[in-house]
Design a protein around this ligand. Structure first.
Ligand SMILES: [Zn+2]
Length: 569
């Protein structure tokens, strides 16, 4: 408490005192070139997300960081080399931070996309089948034909995709259409045949082979049952050179997309792209900053060699682990809850995908290596299990301010909140879902939605929730996220859990400073503050003035990272 107050007081002195005397102190110094700003932005409505000076008119940038924030007097700091930018009254916010994102640029560039990754768009089952048919013509029989970005509630046909639809695409190839949520897949008969799965095959641990009313396989496969199917069939192969090119192109592509929407930092849950990110950085094509969330070989190597979270620099830094999955999905209705889903019989309470003992062991090992914990837990049962493992690990190896992360942390209650607060869990919660997935919330109902994606409750409890789009599962546009948090109203006009609305200023903070806090980068990022990295976004309209239902349509005029413009409308 005291440290925080001291820090605030210090910042307000530094900020306020500096700006008040800016003309006198710095006009003389301006001739001394090393002190000269590279850039001065003035006539702006800067929403700083810094409590000490919430609003500013101008700021100066030198060597990629803010060196002055305050009134238009800052213009007097300009030297001969200083560039000036007249914002003409535009609103400027700190660069947006996405605290949970799967990136996946390679897939966006090269895969069959059966849905729209970025916006709400309804598609027909016919269009999906014809895309898969076309793909099947390009690969040998027995090779998987896959479609991505299916959203079961964005189908014009208003019925689920099934095994018969996919048999129309091809019977010579196994077909898999992956739900964008990542926890369910729809397959054809060939896929079941190759895996030897019939209607009599029992469900594996942590997953299901779903049936129709007649007890026949309907093609939907959930959570860990997907793994069984993936073991069979051939896949398209690429030479090392082809693969390298695909990954590199993917990184450049997604980086461009991110900054186009105003993201300046993204927490990447991705495997195998770290090298490509570094290469594209050298080539000048990495436009956003990366908190790289690790698993697999990289996590093992870190544990073995003693590399800890936050190793790296302000462009690419090792973050928490990637999400260690404890239960199923919110959007695909497989998350592990204490109460059964509405309208499903026999009663179904979702999938837990990890035993308590395995989870305890994993958390202990990772936390002991001082790598930040991060588990995927949606339902209250999964969050309880995750907290049990976190509490145990922190007790065995106490560390100051370890900030274990929970990805999604969707369904909470008072007891879970109390336990989260006690060990300062940092949640990365679904950001765009209340807008994008409002068509799925009737599966939970209003009573449950009042406790779901609970930004209001979290903030009131003194927890620091960040925005995690979970892209691909959710679109990543930060302005869509802000609109969702402020209105809790979806694209279809439905409002669910309105008690969880937060104010516009809170939503901006969740999408900026809280994202920095989530990765322990709040001293470098998340607000327009002297000393921090000059990452910011210029908006065409003041978000305080546009109708809340139009926030997502506000144009991003410019995205700037480290003082360099990386996107311009
Ligand atoms: Zn995820």
């Amino acid at each position: 408490m005291n440290t925080e107050q001291d820090r605030r007081r210090f910042m307000s002195l530094a900020g306020g005192g500096f700006v008040g005397s800016v003309g006198m102190q710095w006009a003389g110094a301006a001739s001394a070139d090393p002190q000269e700003p590279d850039l001065i932005v003035y006539n702006a409505k800067v929403h700083t997300v810094d409590n000490a000076t919430p609003m500013a008119q101008a700021f100066a940038v030198r060597s990629g960081r803010f060196v002055a924030v305050g009134s238009n007097d800052i213009k007097s700091l300009a030297g001969r080399r200083t560039q000036s930018y007249d914002a003409k009254g535009a609103m400027i916010v700190p660069g947006f931070i996405d605290a949970h994102n799967h990136g996946g640029g390679e897939g966006l560039l090269y895969d069959v996309l059966v849905g729209n990754p970025y916006e709400v768009e309804l598609v027909s089952i016919d269009s999906i089948v014809s895309k898969l048919k076309a793909k099947a013509r390009t690969v040998p029989p027995g090779t998987w034909v896959e479609g991505f970005f299916l959203d079961d509630t964005k189908l014009k046909d208003k019925r689920p995709l099934n095994v018969h639809d996919l048999d129309k695409a091809t019977t010579d190839h196994p077909v898999a259409v992956h739900h964008r949520g990542g926890h369910t897949t729809f397959v054809n008969s060939k896929a079941f045949q190759m895996a030897g799965i019939t209607k009599n095959t029992p469900n594996p641990f942590g997953g299901t082979y779903d049936k129709d009313q007649n007890g026949e396989l309907n093609g939907r496969v959930t959570d860990r049952a997907q793994v069984t199917l993936e073991k069979f069939g051939a896949r398209e192969t690429f030479s090392p050179a082809q693969k390298e090119k695909r990954v590199l192109n993917g990184v450049a592509f997604i980086s461009k997309k991110f900054v186009q929407y105003g993201l300046t930092t993204v927490h990447h849950n991705e495997v195998g792209v770290l090298e490509a990110m570094q290469e594209q950085r050298l080539r000048g094509n990495l436009l956003h900053r990366v908190s790289y969330e690790v698993n697999g070989d990289l996590l093992e190597a870190m544990i073995r060699t003693g590399i800890e979270s936050n190793f790296g620099d302000e462009w690419i830094r090792l973050g928490a682990t990637s999400e260690h999955t404890v239960d199923g999905s919110l959007s695909e209705r497989t998350m592990a809850m204490s109460r059964p889903y509405i309208g499903i019989s026999p009663p179904y309470k979702g999938n837990l995908t990890e035993t308590q003992d395995d989870l305890n062991a994993w958390c202990e090992r990772v936390h002991r290596a001082n790598i930040r914990l991060n588990c995927h837990a949606n339902g209250d049962v999964a969050i309880d299990r995750t907290l049990t493992a976190y509490e145990r690990a922190l007790k065995l190896y106490p560390r100051l301010d370890s900030r274990p992360k929970i990805t999604h942390c969707s369904m909470i209650n008072d007891e879970l909140l109390r336990r989260m607060k006690a060990i300062n869990v940092v949640p990365a919660m679904f950001s765009t879902y209340p807008y994008y997935n409002s068509d799925k919330f009737h599966f939970y109902g209003e009573e449950m939605m009042r406790h779901m994606i609970a930004f209001r409750t979290m903030i009131d409890a003194g927890i620091v929730p960040a925005a995690g789009s979970d892209f691909g599962p959710g679109p990543f546009a930060p302005l869509m996220a802000i609109q969702a948090m402020v209105t809790r109203t979806g694209w279809n006009g439905e409002t669910w859990g309105a008690n969880q609305k937060i104010t516009l200023d809170e939503a901006i903070r969740v999408n900026t400073l809280n994202g920095a806090y989530n990765a322990r980068e709040e001293n470098d990022k998340g607000s327009v503050t002297v000393g921090k990295l000059a990452d910011y976004v210029i908006l065409a309209d003041d978000l305080h003035i546009v109708a809340p239902s139009k926030i997502k349509d506000v144009e991003i005029v410019r995205t700037v990272v480290g003082g360099r413009t990386v996107y311009q409308a």
